[in-house]
Design a protein around this ligand. Structure first.
Ligand code: F6P
Length: 495
């Protein structure tokens, strides 16, 4: 399945209806800098997955315009054609005030729903004012989507937990719209969800959808159980659908993926060679004489970055003979830094890097190289190329696309993937070294196992994992969602 095939399939299924994607995060930000305006691709698995899909299907992507120069490059409605060099779709930006961004994005979405859904022992915070702002912003998105569909038939494909009320709002205004929602983070069990103070309203919002998608069946089961307990609705476990007000919402698992072939091509490109060279310049040639353990994450308390560092530290304590022979290279993109827990984890990481390096370093070797910055796509690919071991140690993660990107990038069939059991990706990748990231001893052992793994075994595992990702790319993900729509809701021909 490739981009062209998906484009054809979607236009056969949608029969001329407009396709509108809606998300909080936009596919690219325009940022002001000293040389003018720079385009930044955000560190987001959701964007990495959706962008190739929208290029294939065309249509309009509605998202929050959060770049400092976003307004300078759009028309008076907030529209811009993308990508600039070869326009395939329209981005329609929604403008939010600081107050709205604070209540809806930083607070309700990322201090209430984010910790609630991930269950990583970070307390969610609830505030009625934030809930009101969240509702108002969802309403703003609703108005924008309605404007974009211009009264005609449309398929609206909503992303994530920032927009849980949008489906019901759209459904009330336009019962004929086809609504799909994909939840990119885990859905918690019903006991965890029941502390959310506005649970009924939120679930009612989501049950405005025709299809509600999650990464794995377990999250679908949790969602069904949550609805069953919290709200009046007919929960049909046999067909995995929920009737609310007579209309069904179909609950389905669609494991998201990456553009395997494109990544395979890009990793061998000149920009990646350049980023590779600048890493070596920055880190010193000496790093190449060590086995490189790479991590590439947003700085987020769900990603298990401190645990990874502690595991590395323990491996060096248990196996002092590895000193000078291994390096942990951590690419760390700052994220949501207005939130206290995110500032705390930044401080914790600084302390840990300091302490571990102080403990083990020698005159010509530093165990942890911590690069806190937004690294672009090509730099991240360069880091995958350098990795002897790629570490994904999330405490909980819907899918985790870093793992799948790494596999797509390794056409040499080498490299070890160390993967948290609590990622959606772990279900598809039994050949990874799977770990419980809360267990530092287990982490250290797995890191050591990666160090001593024989070449033949590395190749065997890598080949099998690559073949899994090759067979299930992001285009297959998109196709399955649209085929599901075709099955449950035949789309009428646009006259
Ligand atoms: O997948 C979860 C998600 O919140 C996406 O919606 C988002 O784009 C990504 O993680 C990164 O987070 P943020 O958009 O808050 O920077």
């Amino acid at each position: 399945m490739d981009s062209k095939y998906l484009g054809g399939l979607v236009s056969r299924i949608t029969k001329g209806a407009k396709v509108v994607i809606v998300s909080n995060r936009e596919p690219c930000l325009h940022e002001r800098d000293v040389d003018g305006i720079r385009i930044v691709r955000p560190a987001s698995g959701m964007v990495a997955a959706l962008e190739p899909i929208v290029r294939a299907t065309g249509g309009t992507w509605v998202a929050h315009g959060s770049g400092s120069a976003d307004r300078l490059v759009t028309d008076e409605k907030g529209r811009i054609s993308l990508p600039p060099e070869d326009p395939r779709y329209t981005l329609r930006r929604v403008w939010l005030t600081k107050k709205e961004e604070d209540g809806y994005y930083y607070s309700l979405s990322n201090q209430a729903l984010w910790p609630l859904c991930h269950i990583v022992y970070t307390r969610p915070r609830f505030s009625r004012t934030d809930w009101e702002t969240y509702k108002n912003v969802n309403r703003r998105f609703c108005d924008t989507v309605l404007e974009e569909v211009e009264g005609g038939p449309a398929i609206v494909f909503i992303q994530d937990y920032h927009l849980a009320l949008l489906p019901r709002m759209l459904r009330n205004e336009r019962p004929d719209l086809m609504l799909i929602h994909f939840w990119h983070i885990p859905w918690p069990n019903r006991e965890a969800f029941r502390i959310f103070p506005w649970g009924e309203e939120l679930l009612d919002g989501l049950l405005g959808n025709d299809i509600m998608g999650f990464h794995i069946q377990y999250h679908c089961n949790n969602f069904m159980g949550t609805v069953d307990r919290a709200i009046e609705a007919k929960v049909d476990y046999e067909h995995f659908r929920i009737f609310r007000g007579g209309r069904p919402t179909h609950i389905r698992a669609f494991p998201i993926s990456v553009d395997y072939h494109q990544i395979g091509k890009d990793v061998a490109s000149q920009p990646v060679d350049e980023r590779h060279a600048s890493f070596i310049k920055e880190l010193g040639e000496g790093i190449l004489a060590t086995k490189i353990y790479v991590g590439a994450d947003r700085i987020d308390y769900t990603k298990g970055i401190p645990e990874r560092m502690k595991g590395f530290d323990l491996m060096l304590k248990d196996h002092p003979e590895l000193k000078g022979k291994v390096t942990l290279l951590q690419l760390a993109a700052p994220s949501r830094t207005h939130i206290e827990e995110y500032r705390n984890i930044n401080d914790e990481l600084d302390d840990l890097v300091d302490e571990i390096n102080w403990r083990h370093q020698t005159e010509d070797w530093t165990p942890i190289r911590f690069l806190r910055a937004h690294h672009d796509y090509h730099a991240v690919l360069a880091s995958y190329r350098m990795a002897d071991v790629l570490m994904v140690t999330s405490l909980h993660d819907g899918m985790n696309l870093v793992a799948k990107e790494f596999l797509s990038a390794r056409s040499d069939n080498d490299g070890v993937l160390l993967l948290s059991r609590y990622t959606g990706a772990a279900r598809e990748l039994p050949d990874a070294l799977q770990v419980n990231p809360y267990d530092i001893d287990e982490l250290a052992d797995a890191m050591y196992e990666a160090f001593v793994m024989p070449e033949q075994q590395r190749h065997k595992r890598m080949k099998r994992m690559r073949s899994q990702v090759q067979k299930h790319t992001v285009y297959d993900w998109g196709a399955k969602i649209f085929e599901e729509l075709e099955d449950i809701l035949p789309v009428k021909e646009v006259a």
